[in-house]
Write a protein that binds this ligand. Sequence first.
Ligand code: SF4
Length: 496
Amino acid sequence: MFRPTTRPSATASSSLDVKLHKRQTVSSASSSGRYPYRLNFYDRPPSLDITLDEFETCAIDRLRILSHLEALSHRNLPPAQLSTAIATYTKQHLPLSANTARTANLDDERRRDEIGHWVLRLAFSRSPELRARFVRAETMLFRHRFETDDASERAAFLRHLALDWAVVGEDERSAYESQLRKCMPWARPEQFAAESWFKVSWTAVPDLVAKRRVFVKQGMAYVPQSMQISLVLQAFDTRLTRALEVTAKNLPRLDEDERLGPVIDHLAASFLAGVGAGEYAPTDSTAAVTAEMVDDVARKHFPPCMLNLYERLKRDHHLKHFGRLQLGLFLKGIGLPLEEAVVFWRRMYGSTMTDDKFNKEYRYNIRHSYGQEGRRANYPPKSCTQILTSNQPGTQDSHGCPFRHFSPENLQSFLLSTYPQLERGSPDMRDIMDSVKSSHYHVACTRVFEITHNVKRGEGLGNSESVSHPNKWTDRSRELEKEKLAILNGEDVKME
Ligand code: SF4
């Protein structure tokens, strides 16, 4: 249960007592009660009973969205494509409908939205870097929702916020007409005449002041209604930033709860790695692969991390433990059955190992990873987050993610020797290395996918999705090949 503290201070409004129930006892707020608006400044901590499962799933859903938004923001998409990409993704993973929606369960949507936001506040208040990234991503999400909200609902929401804006009266407006005109050089006379103006402290709109888009007089900025969004976003950003600082001070109390600590640590690590929880479900294109086929599939469809491992295995006839694990689970995910996996690994070790040693030391591990030995757990292939954040490779290891774990020089050499489409010093290569430099490894990987698969910039794995799982790269790559073949054969293809 999220239980707000009762003191009506700034501290209270930003801190939480968290209690979790084993079984769900949902409090059903109505859309006209707790959630009258689709938009939310998250000023009031929720007072809800929730299960530990809900605590985690709502946070993961939101984390996926924020990570995706962050990735999109680094991919320089045109505004229209960016907006469509956000709309598609949020509709799928965190729908939030307007009051006029007839079929949606508004309470449930808004409740999940609220829980996710507050759980992530706990996870991301720990360091200034996390706080800044969280505020940026949340503000981007709010902006998208604000811009796409129903106009009357948005106006009602703004009225309820009662932000500290003074309306500029007719006399004042006439007095400064020439200065105000210069703020809207593009506006036709009738547009300028129809515009209404607000007056706020210039510190509330630093972005507009920096771009000289507002008239400033005695510390007050004159903002046209059409730029209202800057005011709203600045207010959202400022309030959230302050609230996170307060939450950070209250965090030690939460560390005492051993059920929540690991969940929150994992959420923060995933966000720092730049990817949301990229769980993987095999698609139809995950047709069976035999040991014989692996070489061909690797050349055409393996992501950089797996191609690197595979090439090292071919060269050295050996991989260390974490390398075997990373590649082995990935191969299982692309459809290599257990018997074929045994054949594949036996072949790869070749004469460096006797049959006896292989059977004793390696066959068991392969069977184990397929859930046929030991605890019989069916281990899933590793996601990008897991590869980026756990079991950091040493100098002798070959597992990990090339974008994160190679030096810039080694990464460039690897990319140049692996992908003929990339050239040293080309704009694409610069793009990729810039993303790596700013720790957006999956953005770099997504760009490599686009270039090597002749996919339009920004399209990613389809619908602007970034790479978040090595097996998703392979599935999409195989799908694209299938589509290409179908087109060559004159079949009807349903393109995404
Ligand atoms: S971003 Fe993910 S898929 Fe790409 S190379 Fe790194 S771990 Fe592999």
